[in-house]
Design a protein around this ligand. Sequence first.
Ligand SMILES: Nc1nc2c(ncn2[C@@H]2O[C@H](COP(=O)(O)O[C@H]3[C@@H](O)[C@H](n4cnc5c(=O)[nH]c(N)nc54)O[C@@H]3COP(=O)(O)O)[C@@H](O)[C@H]2O)c(=O)[nH]1
Length: 856
Amino acid sequence: MTETTPNYLPLILIVDHDDLSHGMVQKSLEKGGFRTVRAPDHTDPLPLFIEKQPDLVLLELEGPGCTGLESCRRIRSLVLGRHTPILVVTGNDEGDLVHRAFEAGASDFVAKSGNPDLLVYRARCLMRNGRLLKNLQQSEDRLARVQQIARLGDWEWSPENGRFWKSQQMFAILGTSQEADSGTLTGFLQQVAPKDRDLVREHFERALDDPAGCDFECRIVRGDGSERLVWIYGRREPTGAPRSVHLLGTLQDVTEVRRSEARSRMLKEAVDSLQIGITFSDAHGRIVYLNPAEARMHGFEVEELIGREARAFAATPHRRQTPPNRLTDGTTWRRESVNVRRNGEEFPVLLTSIPVLDREQRYLGIVTTCEDISERKENEERINRLAYYDNLTGLPNRSMFLERLHQCLAQAGRDGDVLSLVFLDLDNFKDINDTLGHGAGDKLLYEVALRLSECIRESDLLARLGGDEFVVLLTSISCQDRVAAAVQRMLDIFQEPFEIEGRTVYSSASIGIALFPDDSHDASSLFRSADTAMYHAKSEGRGRFRFFSEEMNHKILHRVALENALRQGLERGEFFLHYQPQWDLRTNRMVGAEVLLRWQSADFGLMLPSEFISLTEDSGLILGIGEWVLRSACQQARLWARQGHPEFRVAVNVSSKQLKQQDFVAMLNQVILETGVDPKSLELEFTESVIMENAERTIETLEALKDMGVQLSIDDFGTGYSSLNYLKHFPVDRIKIDRSFVADVSRSTDDAAIVEAIITMAQSLSLKVLAEGVENSDQLHHLSQLGCDEVQGFYLAMPMPADALEGSLGREHGRRVGKHEVTEWFDSRSDASPWPAAPSHSAKSSRKICAVRENG
Ligand SMILES: Nc1nc2c(ncn2[C@@H]2O[C@H](COP(=O)(O)O[C@H]3[C@@H](O)[C@H](n4cnc5c(=O)[nH]c(N)nc54)O[C@@H]3COP(=O)(O)O)[C@@H](O)[C@H]2O)c(=O)[nH]1
């Protein structure tokens, strides 16, 4: 039961020893509406006080052994007893005791002899005052606590008497004590920072006349010397006396507030100036703040977006509610999305959201940063394109193709499907590059890519591996016939010529096909097999396709072994040279010899050039071997010159790769210097096609060679371009009529006519003509009659070692055949001979190898 309970009867604790007077007092009080409880003596009224918590204590001061004053003090010292009215009962003449009773905490006193009924009114009055006092004290305590929390003090200045009163909290803020305070404005101003003292004084004085009072901030210096920022608010109040006012006000320590405001301002400045967008949205997803970058990014002004839903930034398909767990788990949530600008343009963004929770972990809102990643995406795409796509054609490149191939093989392996790998290589692409330039070559590749992509299915994968190589993975065809049909369609795209830079360009391709799982089980061997098949298609005549077979594989393995043996052959000294004599038909003299390479391989036995020269060219080995041939031939020519045959020339075959070698001229010059050979004794033979490969550059090289004094000849003349016109531009000395024309010169009028035309044309250009492949006396006879200058062939002499030829240099011969005299010469094919027998009928026709001389 408390005071606020309806029908509450206040309780009075009576501390006395006189039973008689107690009875009267108790009766009066209970009649007056009180309840009573009695502490019979003064020994210890506290337990009962604590237990009952009375609304008033009636305390007798006098009596035997009376300790009323002590009881009064002890009750007051209790928190419970701080505000409880204590009415002390005294004798009639007890002035001093009353005084001591008040000092001990008594609220009032009453004489023992007084009317007990009046005691009721006294008690009521005391209890009412006690309640008021208690309430007042409580509000003061509360105010003090609030001021302490708010770091807010209050003050009062009376200009009339100069007093400046400060509350406890003021002292706490100023860091000084009440005891040391002068209680004047001057004393207070001492604690204001010197720079702000005038400001404070002015504000205070103005406020005395201004109903609005004063409201300002200044710095104070606390007792410990530290400086704080305080906010002072003051308002004038009338004192009650006429025309008298004083100033009441508050002083609040706002140092932290201002610091945090400054921090917030700086933070806002920083956030506002960021290039990355930032949005704060509330628990309902509405935007409460966004920085200019965010607004700008979306094409709006900041103000236009406040209050709008944050998710409206996202393009419709990407608009979604934040997953609930994201809102409360307090973790950062990062994702890519697509936002939309005011003009409808969509753009990729990187969003990072951090939910904001209160102390009770309730969701308050979300902070989201938004980065426009269009540029990054474009860069990624560009890098991806560079890494996985061919720049020229836009097709997937080797890396991408291999990645996809691995995936497809794994899938096909699981599903038991068949895949076909088609390897396509353009024929003679290099010629197009060399003759029309790289720009034209690139355009051709682009056009080929375009046509190929049009002739395959969507499920097939087309890629450019680099150079002129393309691959297609056929995923949807399992039957070989249909693969063949698909591949034929790929070849057919070359039927139509290409229009490149205003020129009509014809091209073709060779294709190799390997099947999974029949031919190979993994990507790299599938590639190898398709490549092998392509190589065979190419070597069989180009413009065709071949399916991979094991036989092809064997050929390739053989080729690899041959190449390895060739590399070692040079180191092991397995190469040697044969010389095939060449005669001047007019003087019947041996004027030179063609140098022919031979290879006695440890692994493959004796090998002829037809078996290995093209491989040395493909592998680049021809450069080293060719230099060795040149050096050895020059040494031999130099030796023969020393032996008395300075006019005798050696003719060395030069391949296309050698001629294109950057330093070919320099290398030859070096060889000539080193061997000391007279350059006139050296002839270099080039085929027509080699010369025509890059005609302009070749002319420069040939002229440089000519300047060195070397003789030049065109080999196999008649089989290539045979453009008589180009001949005049090349600084050559001799043309060698190909043996295919010589073979039928005595039987076919056409061939005879061709040979005659070549001879006539050469004579008009002052060029010598040498006919090669002379295998019988009829051919020799005809060539002589047609005016051919020189001859070479099995009928006259087989290729032979240098020492075999040496004995015949400068010898005289003379035996007539028809109008020719044929001299028995020598037979290079003796049984002891280490070199191979001459092919064709020449070997059977005669074991005599002859030289011829025109009659008369
Ligand atoms: N780049 C280099 N090429 C070289 C080198 N050495 C030779 N070769 C080229 O190899 C091709 C084949 O040469 P080879 O097997 O030696 O055949 C030559 C002669 O033996 C053969 N020949 C000579 N007379 C006759 C004949 O009456 N009938 C007949 N069927 N064949 C004959 O002709 C070959 C020489 O021909 P050519 O070069 O066109 O003058 C050959 O193309 C050589 O060029 C080398 O060191 N480097």
